[in-house]
Design a protein around this ligand. Structure first.
Ligand SMILES: [Mn+2]
Length: 322
């Protein structure tokens, strides 16, 4: 990876301003690696900011942002409007932890900037983003935190203990607590972050709830089934959920074999049912959700229905599909 680090350094040095962006539904790996990279760019005396989506749905990320404030770590986070004010020719846009345009919170940003870098560790897709300056996709890495920590190590740059903690937590999430994609290097990176002062109590606190939420989501995913040859459905129980929970389940169902569209239906209020729909792009779910009174995009849509039951919405959906 030494060569990539050197290339990246050369690229960073060419720009006065750089924006880092993770994927939508930002998680701790995307945030942690962005923070590490932020530190590197800052050390090169460049203006740097991290794009942050409007609604943070991930509890761990929310907690991490609170912790940064608590420890007085100043990070320049920017929103969509602030990004629009940046010079699209002179600013470098770095996408980290995804190489899928559809997984960007604001897909327009990618082509808006003339110069881009794409850094990811997910298995390469056919329609992957290509950065004008650099594309580096390495699926042997456990996480983008692993990559950025190796980079920090290469440059001999430190991060603050709380950033180290967030990074360590991000790596733990992506490796499912060092059970998958974990190599000798992953542990070395963990050791390096501990040396920076990463704190296990803070880390546990960041992860605690999210692990429960994760497991709960997995339980529902287990009960999901195919409604025809290319569509999957998950119906939740009688508890009240957040709209974001439904979206995440539908999103996750897309990763399975043959699934081109996925739906999650559940209660989002005492008298309100929510349905979230996702597609890989081949099936127009917006049309379906519009019929249910909702809307969205071709591959990402939802509807909220008052005074209905989960079963009624499920039946409507099945009717529509048949
Ligand atoms: Mn990741």
């Amino acid at each position: 990876m030494k060569r990539v680090f050197e290339k990246l350094t050369t690229i960073i040095e060419q720009y006065d301003e750089i924006i880092i962006s993770g994927h939508k539904n930002l998680d701790l790996d995307a945030l942690g690696s962005s923070l590490g990279l932020y530190r590197i760019i800052q050390s090169k005396k460049k203006k740097v900011s991290i794009y942050l989506e409007d609604n943070i749905s991930n509890t761990s990320v929310f907690k991490a942002l609170e912790k940064l404030k608590l420890y007085h770590i100043k990070i320049d986070f920017v929103d969509e409007h602030q990004v629009k004010e940046k010079d699209s020719e002179k600013t470098l846009y770095i996408v980290i932890d995804t190489h899928n345009l559809k997984l960007l919170d604001q897909p327009w940003m990618f082509s808006y900037f003339k110069h881009q870098v794409v850094l990811d560790h997910h298995i390469k897709m056919v329609d992957s983003l290509v950065g004008s300056d650099l594309t580096y996709i390495n699926s042997r890495l456990s996480s983008m935190v692993e990559f950025v920590t190796m980079y920090l190590h290469h440059l001999n740059i430190n991060v603050s203990p709380i950033v180290g903690t967030i990074m360590l937590a991000g790596m733990e999430i992506d490796t499912n607590s060092y059970n998958i994609k974990t190599t000798e290097q992953t542990y070395q990176v963990g050791a390096y972050l501990m040396r920076m002062g990463a704190n296990n109590i803070d880390k546990k606190n960041l992860l605690q709830e999210s692990m429960e939420v994760y497991k709960r989501r997995q339980d529902f995913i287990k009960t999901s089934y195919m409604i025809n040859e290319n569509m999957a459905l998950c119906t939740l129980n009688d508890e009240i959920f957040q709209k974001g929970d439904l979206a995440q389940i539908a999103d996750e169902l897309l990763q399975f074999d043959n699934v081109e569209a996925a739906f999650a239906i559940g209660k989002i209020g005492p008298n309100e049912i929510g349905i979230s729909a996702r597609s890989v792009g081949t099936i127009n779910v917006q049309k379906m959700m519009t019929e249910l009174g909702g809307g969205g995009h071709k591959s990402d849509a939802a509807a909220q229905i008052q005074n209905a039951t989960i079963n009624q919405i499920k039946e409507k959906l099945l009717e529509m599909i048949n």
